[in-house]
Design a protein around this ligand. Sequence first.
Ligand code: UD1
Length: 434
Amino acid sequence: MDEYRIEGGHRLQGSVRVQGAKNSALPILAACAVCRGISVIHNCPQLSDIDATINILRHLGCKVTVEGHTVTVDSTQINTGHVPDTLMQEMRSSVIFLGAIAARMGKASVSLPGGCEIGLRPIDLHLDALRKLGAVVTEEGGHIYLDCPEGMKGSVISLSFPSVGATENVLIAACTAKGTTTLVNAAREPEISDLADFLNRCGARITGAGEGIITIEGVSALHGAQHHVIPDRIVAASYMLAAAVTHGNVTLQNIIPAHLGPVTALLQEAGCDIRVHEKQLNISAPSQLKAMPTVRTMPYPGFPTDVQAPMMAACCIADGTTIVIETIFESRFRHVPELCRFGADILVDGRIAVVKGVNVLHAATVSAPDLRGGVALVLAGLAAQGQTTVRELQHIDRGYESLADELSRLGADIRRVKNEDGSKQENGNADLKE
Ligand code: UD1
């Protein structure tokens, strides 16, 4: 098992190019299963979750090739609508294949998905929406069977919560449904607009993506297309926070600044100087961060739940007390006990965390509880005095490409170490998952 060894206290300085968005690339790759023909997806990050998605596509019968950050999917031939448990369990986002497979094959059978353990993460909204589109859904012993005997039919679907995944499933499934679908209370995340842009390139007729009401006029078939995935706003925010906790000065390249609005606003309140120029953002952090106004996670365009844990790492060393409220997932504070190992002063009551800034964090040995919680621990390690060890890197590998390399280039002292017997060490280049 690999782990990070971080010698804290190094100020980050320099420039980092932000990877393509995992949360865009995953549904776009799944959508390729419906877009009969060849699709070429550029700017795909190299991550274990992308590997898991490619494995599912290959199992379905697609021919997939990967060259650097470009993934080519030939979905001319799909042989099966069944995805075995082992492939589904690799990540939660595999649920996004439900709509794609059902739309392409008329039926689908999958097991309940895996992924980060950050709460119950039910998929009732996905299933209700697919039922509205004409799918007969049966759940049995952890398996889900979808049957669309008469194909998908356009419908009016109103989500009780703007679920990102359910919105994506509807977008993908409704493109080739008979008639028009209206999705009310749709998620408005940038990744939804990116998926709709890809599907429209493939011949879909989607309007309103990025707004609360999306209209999808069904077409008879979709074809393949080329697409460039948007930059990852969560990874961008993580690098901004790495600069903030090390009093650094970092420029992010290849970002869409508008996607970072609430993160930027809070970091400015903390005393950071943030300047934006086209696709670049420079953050210069003060020697002492200030406590922030309440950090409340909300659906986009609110503060992203995925940045809650990394932001909390910064609150731990701010001057004053910050309240953090998690409204999206019911148990997304699993990083808190680990942050406390660094000497952080955090009290949790339900979905509210009270973070009292401390003068100094001390190095600790900690385990990543999930993807973003893991990055929060890396940030704490960068800020702490002494040598920190972060374990369970498989969580971080799901979302961050070459994290140790990128942070090293910015001046951090971080190494990825193989620790099967506690002795063998590798350099930061080992961060890329094979
Ligand atoms: C996506 C993102 C994830 C992010 C989340 C919220 C991907 C691959 N993942 O996850 O990084 O944290 O959006 O921005 O894009 N819910 C239900 N029933 C459902 C579906 C969701 O109750 O059928 C609940 C969930 O338990 C959660 C909330 O709705 O409490 C948000 O979930 P959702 O927006 O669906 O998140 P994901 O698509 O899973």
